[in-house]
Design a protein around this ligand. Structure first.
Ligand code: B12
Ligand code: SF4
Length: 449
């Protein structure tokens, strides 16, 4: 008789209550697709993504449950683990939160997987089948060759976009970022042919998000991927993430566009040079942020839409920062702007520094991890009050995306990209950002207590 594995991407839980409703643009949990693919055919596997919809009750009783968690949904992962274990079903937890805090995770589950599933999951399942499940497995970080394709057939329907990756890691060392410490500052790439073969299996009409942390660290490789896509008649509607310096490489931009790239996501973070230096990002601003303006204009010149991501609440930010950002985003005609409140997370240098400075306003862990999102303040800012920061961010998002401006900004996206898809995404992304910013999120009851 086949065994049953249930894989779950947990929802968010705040103040003890599960948060309902999908994320802004839900993305399939690629990690669980890979875990499923590593599972032998003798197992029946199902995937639940609570970020898409909650599925109550135990209508399908699994033999084993596998959970993944980022820090903000770790409390929900722990609550689910408790429910399944109470029903006599063993639970395994993997992902970046468990890898950062394996001892904490071990208190809530039967087995913790640190690192990647590829180096641990087959061993773990063999142990489980032999009745000797261990408390901890270290999957390490193997070369990204001959990866089994993720089981996308198991995802529930209803996602706006597909997701894949071509590389993992980044050679940067930003203080707020988890990944360079998670991957021990190493950059691994997949063979170009594997990537193109995988992209060939994804539907041409869907958006494909390439979730590489920094896709363009080896531009020659990305050009090769794009060239192969074009040669094989496989243009895909790509969104990629990279450093703004990718805009300096004309050949890269030409090939990205030819391969079907619609949007480029760049972490611009701040317009304050001192802040960029403090967080560990190269300061490419130049006078009057000309270094950013010129590069953003070049992305537009090549017909690429831009997601520009900023962080507010950095130590150099003041009440004037919000108006400054607003002017810049509108002048540079950033198609989709992300205004993120600085979100310190365990495992990062920033987290360690704020704790050492006594500025973290949370201490009821693990429940308080649910407060660690980019739409609320849970640390003491340097030159703003927490209320000024939260309100400043919210009002900035609402102002940038007020109805009259939404249409004007979308018109500019059309003029830059001549892409109906890019224009629709800008309209919808920006509209949803305004709706989300106007809906005051549930307070974290524990902040400051
Ligand atoms: C794509 C992505 C997203 C997507 C999808 C997230 C998702 N649930 O999968 C979206 C855009 C929705 C997203 C949102 C957020 N994200 Co994000 N995201 C990423 C990104 C760029 C890639 C993740 C990915 O798919 N990698 C490819 C897969 C195959 O690798 P993987 O996830 O690492 O999985 C492997 C292992 O971790 C392990 N594993 C993972 N789970 C499990 C489970 C089991 C049972 C086992 C055995 C193994 C295992 O095996 C897997 C296969 O090798 C990462 C950066 C990164 N490198 O991780 C940031 C990252 C994960 N995000 C991050 C953050 C902070 C967020 C947000 C919280 C931001 C916010 N809004 O406040 C939100 C929260 C969303 C939510 N509700 O869960 C942080 C997480 C840090 C932390 N400590 O939690 C990261 C690391 C970015 C960073 N720079 O620090 N994100
Ligand atoms: S450049 Fe991006 S991925 Fe690299 S360390 Fe900085 S924030 Fe993380």
């Amino acid at each position: 008789m086949s065994r049953r594995l249930l894989l779950i991407n947990p929802a968010h839980m705040l103040n003890g209550r599960v948060q309902r409703g999908p994320a802004q643009f839900p993305i399939p949990p690629l990690n669980l697709g890979y875990v499923a693919a590593l599972t032998p055919a003798s197992w029946e596997v199902r995937i639940i993504d609570e970020n898409l919809r909650l599925e109550e009750g135990l209508s399908w009783r699994p033999d084993l449950v596998g959970l993944t968690a980022l820090t903000p949904n770790a409390p929900r992962a722990y609550a689910l683990a408790q429910q399944y274990r109470a029903a006599g079903i063993p639970v395994v937890l993997g992902g970046i939160h468990a890898s950062a805090l394996p001892d904490e995770a071990a208190r809530y589950v039967d087995a913790v997987v640190v690192g990647e599933a590829e180096g641990a999951w087959p061993r773990l399942l063999a142990d489980f089948e032999a009745g000797r499940l261990q408390a901890r497995y270290d999957g390490g970080f193997d070369a990204l060759e001959s990866l089994v394709p993720p089981r996308r057939d198991l995802y529930p329907g209803g996602y706006f976009t597909e997701v894949a990756f071509t590389s993992k890691g980044c050679l940067g060392h930003c203080d707020f970022c988890s990944i360079w410490r998670f991957y021990a500052q190493c950059y691994r790439t997949r063979p170009v042919d594997d990537v193109v073969d995988e992209l060939a299996t994804l539907p041409a009409h869907k958006m494909v998000f390439l979730a590489d942390d920094n896709l363009t660290l080896q531009p020659g490789r990305v050009i090769e991927i794009c060239q192969q896509l074009v040669k094989r008649g496989l243009r895909r509607r790509l969104t990629i993430q990279g450093a703004i310096t990718l805009a300096d490489n004309e050949e890269l931009l030409i090939w990205l566009k030819r391969a079907g790239c619609v949007y480029v996501f760049v972490g611009l973070e701040s317009l304050n040079g001192e802040a960029l230096t403090q967080i560990g990002k190269p300061n490419l601003l130049g006078a009057n942020a000309e270094g950013y303006r010129r590069r953003l204009a070049n992305l537009h010149r090549h017909g690429l839409g831009v997601y520009g991501s900023f962080i507010v609440g950095l130590d150099q930010d003041t009440p004037e920062t919000f108006a400054q950002l607003e002017r810049f985003i509108l002048e540079a005609e950033i198609d989709c702007a992300l205004i993120n409140i600085l979100a310190p997370l365990p495992g990062t240098l920033l987290w360690e520094r704020l704790i050492a400075e006594g500025r973290l306003l949370l201490r009821h862990f693990p429940d308080d991890y649910a407060c660690c999102t980019q739409d609320r303040v849970y640390f003491q800012p340097a030159h703003l009050t927490p209320q000024q920061l939260e309100e400043g961010a919210r009002q900035l998002i609402v102002r940038l995306n007020r109805p009259g401006l939404l249409a004007r900004r979308a018109r500019r996206t059309w003029q830059h990209t001549h892409s109906a898809l890019a224009t629709l995404i800008a309209l919808e992304w920006n509209r949803r950002s305004r709706v989300a910013a106007r809906r005051i999120p549930d307070r974290c009851e524990n902040v400051g207590t």
